[in-house]
Design a protein around this ligand. Structure first.
Ligand code: C2E
Ligand code: MG
Ligand code: MG
Length: 564
């Protein structure tokens, strides 16, 4: 053995290879800096590792060997408390074997025939440094529940693949569960854990056929770094099928963001982009997969800003409630009878922001509850004020989003709202968007029925915008149906749309449900609707949504009209 140049005791390296020529080649490179011992098969290697467990800095392990191969050695090492933290660099001539070895816990790999000396020394040095720096890279760094890699290990590993294996051209994928907090809330944590576990399992099945690695980033976010696929729909479908197999009663949605490989983009940025794409899916249930494009960077930046600023916006009263009137058009002249509360965010830097920009974002992350609570309180207070000031009630409808319904305190909260403001249940109406009805119909119907028994009126919002069929409304406990704008838009030009509107009105009449047409902008549309028997209209034709003080002018005008 060549005496080491180092003054301190040299670190101990074990080289395991069945070919003498390889052992010699590595020895020449390593003995300059390390104290090297040798084994010629897996069995011999394990004996030496056991014996030197406390002193060994690294094992250089050939994979293809007689008696006991490298994979078997890795397996034994990773299952042994004394050996599992000793880093292993595998020596291989075969691409596929490398990934498998890494998945089994190897820290790095060196390809045969051996690279340039400096490269080998640098890589050995780095791995030793990493392991001594307590940044132990071991297969044990997995997430308890899903058995996928932990975030830190995943990125460590991904960086390594990126640096040493650029030819793999890996895509980044982020998967997120829709409304995971509601799923947990309604079905219990155990159920939620089961969902996470199954996703982990299915991702592993996927990685069986496609080279790559995966992790759980945090509660319900998963990452996959894998060789390029043109289309990840089959993976998403398999995941959906698996998680929706748990229970027929609970419908679970997933969204997926994809950042396809691009030269020179590091894993961390690849995953930032995939996350941005994933968050764009929010609110778009028809297209649960989004592939990153450069506009999303800007949108992602905006989302982060909004997330950051929400609490402050509530504290500083930057959220304003506008009121858009609903008119009864069967009266002549049409009569103002109620309003819808619509939120606007007056952001100090961005100016006035409409709900479409931020509601879907907050619906996806559990913060929507904060906003809706705020709106409900403001609206209820406003109704109480008007009741006192004018002596009559102008009921206000508030929007209820999907996650609100799954909040177990939902009904109680609303009851308290009414009682605290000394209102009648009829003074605050609840608009629930049509798409919520298709999610978890049984649960929703139960909640709605109990609200109606209490005395609340329920309006089905955006009817016709989603999947629900006409016959579905017959089984839904609702008081009011709000016909989506898309039916109204072309009503003057399109015979088909007119017929559709008439059909909806007929069914609603039969079911004894009031119909509000949304998005009415012209007198022509209003007349057609009136003649067809539509009860109420909301739209720019009568008024845009207004701040409370402007809405008061409408109330005052209405009162003067009535006195005439
Ligand atoms: P929505 O509940 O269906 O509300 C009606 C939307 O149609 C409002 O948009 C309103 O300004 C718009 N609109 C009314 N008349 C016309 C018209 O004649 N023409 C056109 N083109 N548009 C008209 P806005 O205020 O931007 O709100 C969009 C959506 O955001 C709402 O749809 C609702 O789903 C949601 N939203 C608004 N405020 C809240 C809130 O406080 N909480 C929750 N969860 N969602 C809210
Ligand atoms: Mg609404
Ligand atoms: Mg609507």
């Amino acid at each position: 053995m060549i005496v080491s140049k180092q003054i301190h005791k040299p670190r101990l390296v074990l080289v395991v290879d069945d070919q003498e020529i390889n052992r010699d080649a590595l020895g020449i490179i390593l003995e300059e800096d390390y104290s090297v011992i040798y084994a010629s098969n897996g069995k011999e290697a394990l004996d030496m590792i056991r014996e030197n467990a406390n002193d060994l800095s690294i094992v250089m392990l050939d994979l293809m060997m007689p008696v006991m191969n490298g994979f078997e050695v890795l397996e034994v090492m990773k299952g042994d408390a004394n050996m599992k933290n000793i880093p292993v660099i595998v020596l291989t001539a075969e691409k596929n074997a490398e990934l498998k070895a890494l998945q089994m816990g190897a820290a790095d790999f060196i390809t045969k025939p051996f690279d340039v000396h400096e490269v080998i020394l640098a890589r050995v040095g780095r791995i030793i440094e990493l392991s001594e720096g307590r940044r132990l890279i071991s297969a044990a760094e997995t997430d308890e529940l899903t058995k996928l890699y932990s975030r830190n290990f995943f990125f460590e590993y991904a960086n390594r693949l990126y640096t040493y294996h650029p030819e793999l051209k890996l895509d980044a994928i982020v998967i997120n569960i829709e409304q995971f907090h509601s799923i947990n809330e309604v079905n219990g944590r155990k159920f939620g854990d089961e969902v996470l576990k199954l996703i982990g399992e299915e991702i592993k099945v996927f990685l069986f056929d496609s080279q790559g690695i995966a992790c759980r980033f945090d509660s319900d976010r998963f990452g996959i770094y894998c060789v390029h696929h043109d289309d990840y729909t089959p993976l998403l479908e398999k995941l959906l099928k698996r998680v929706n197999g748990i229970s027929e009663k609970v419908k679970i949605g997933l969204r997926m963001g994809v950042k396809p490989w691009r030269e020179g983009i590091e894993p961390i940025l690849m995953f930032d982009h995939a996350s941005a794409a994933c968050s764009m899916v929010r609110g778009d249930y028809q297209n649960p997969i989004m592939v990153y494009n450069d506009d999303m960077g800007a949108r992602d930046h905006l989302n982060r800003m909004l997330l950051n600023d929400l609490h402050q916006a509530i504290e500083k009263k930057q959220l304003h409630i506008y009121y858009q009137p609903k008119y009864d058009i069967q009266c002549d002249p049409p009569r103002l009878c109620s309003a819808e509360a619509l939120i606007r965010w007056n952001h100090p830097e961005l100016g006035l922001i409409l709900p479409a920009t931020f509601i879907p974002l907050f619906e996806g992350n559990g913060l929507i509850g904060l906003i809706d609570d705020y709106v409900w309180h403001e609206a209820a207070e406003q109704v109480a004020k008007w009741k006192k000031k004018y002596g009559i009630s102008f009921p206000v409808s508030v929007n209820v989003s999907r996650p609100d319904v799954f909040d177990l305190t939902f009904t109680e909260k609303l009851k308290r709202l009414i009682n605290d403001n000394r209102l009648d249940y009829k003074d605050v109406k609840l608009e629930i968007t049509e798409s919520a009805y298709t999610d978890n119909a049984k649960y929703l119907i139960d909640v709605i029925e109990s609200l109606r028994e209490t005395g609340f009126e329920i309006e089905m919002d955006d009817f016709g915008s989603g999947y629900s069929s006409l016959n579905m409304i017959s089984s839904m406990p609702i008081d009011v149906l709000k016909m989506d704008m898309k039916f109204i838009r072309n009503i003057e030009k399109s015979e088909t749309d007119r017929r559709l509107v008439n059909l909806i009105l007929d069914i609603a009449k039969y079911l004894n449900v009031t119909v509000v047409a949304e998005g009415v902008e012209t007198e022509g549309q209003m007349r057609l609707l009136r003649n067809a028997g539509c009860d109420m209209v909301q739209g720019f034709y009568f008024s845009r949504p207004l701040p409370a003080e402007d809405f008061e002018k409408l109330i005052e005008r209405e009162i003067t009209e009535e006195r005439k």
